[in-house]
Design a binder for this molecule. Structure first.
Ligand SMILES: NC(=O)c1ccc[n+]([C@@H]2O[C@H](COP(=O)([O-])OP(=O)(O)OC[C@H]3O[C@@H](n4cnc5c(N)ncnc54)[C@H](O)[C@@H]3O)[C@@H](O)[C@H]2O)c1
Length: 264
């Protein structure tokens, strides 16, 4: 591993998808800066990746604007640049209770939108300042199938009204910055994962749960036509491609990484 590979900052770096992205980027020669609010999990992921791949780790909440701006500026100063950003913080814990909309509370909406949308805007703004100055950089935002249209009603995430709007916001926001910063040499894209493993459930756990879920409500497991659920490496590969020069003419797009769940 080269000591001067590109620098990629990953939020949610201790999570399933964030660490999957970190592994794929590290394999492709990047050095990663991992940010997560769970310091212990972050340390485990960093140890598994090894010191050649991990340039730095920071324990912080992505909703803490001052902390995130400080981390981005410190990383840019320490390494001289930030070549890539992948935003993968979030998931179940921030969704709040899954209830019919009329039972949800404004505080739950706020937490969800702060975690899944506003935090993405904050870290993108902080990183874009450095990328624009160097006229180079690539952003990969982790959206969700919940933020996309298409597919039968069953393949939509139930009672995820605010999560869906936050993720649709991430997609629209990414398109906006892709246009705005294209002339400054920055590309920005999303991946939209389908139902996948997380720190809380493996892809095999999801497979085991699926029959009971289907028995309760057909289609509710959101099983893909490929017959399995997403794995961290599925998202790592998609992200590493979109963040590489091989995707040099791709910007403002959202890659649906769901095993085709919206096609049937
Ligand atoms: N797993 C899925 O089925 C799935 C599907 C579509 C989209 N996504 C999205 O992918 C992203 C990653 O999810 P995952 O499946 O890897 O979940 P995960 O729970 O495995 O990892 C999420 C990570 O984010 C961190 N995190 C959460 N809130 C944070 C905060 N406020 N500040 C800092 N760190 C925070 C957690 O500590 C955790 O390490 C999320 O944005 C999620 O919405 C996941």
């Amino acid at each position: 591993m080269s000591g001067d590979g590109p620098i990629g900052l990953i939020t949610g770096g201790a999570g399933a998808i964030g660490s999957g992205i970190a592994r794929a980027l590290a394999r492709d020669g990047w050095r990663v800066v991992l940010v997560d609010r769970d310091g212990e999990a972050l340390a485990r992921i960093a140890a598994a990746l090894g010191p050649a791949a991990v340039a730095a780790t920071f324990t912080a909440d992505v909703c803490d604007e001052q902390a995130i701006r400080r981390i981005v500026d410190e990383a840019a100063k320490r390494f001289g640049r930030i070549d890539g950003l992948a935003t993968a913080a979030g998931s179940g814990a921030a969704l709040g209770p899954r209830k019919p909309f009329w039972e949800t509370k404004r505080d739950d909406w706020r937490l969800n939108v702060e975690t899944h949308l506003v935090s993405v805007m904050t870290v993108c703004q902080a990183v874009l300042a450095h990328m624009a100055a160097r006229k180079s950089g690539v952003i990969l935002n982790v959206a969700s199938g919940a933020g996309l249209r298409g597919g039968p009603p069953q393949s939509r995430q139930k009672n995820a009204q605010v999560y869906g709007l936050a993720k649709a916001g991430v997609i629209a926001f990414t398109q906006s910055i892709a246009l705005e910063f294209a002339a400054l040499g920055v590309r920005a894209n999303c991946i939209a994962p389908g139902r996948a493993e997380s720190r809380h459930k493996t892809a095999d756990d999801l497979l085991r749960m699926a029959p009971a879920e289907e028995a309760r409500e057909t289609g509710s497991s959101r099983m893909s036509p490929l017959g399995r659920f997403g794995k961290a490496e599925d998202f790592g590969e998609a992200a590493a491609f979109l963040m590489s020069d091989r995707a040099g003419w791709i910007t403002g797009t959202t890659l649906d990484v769901s095993g085709g769940v919206r096609l049937h």
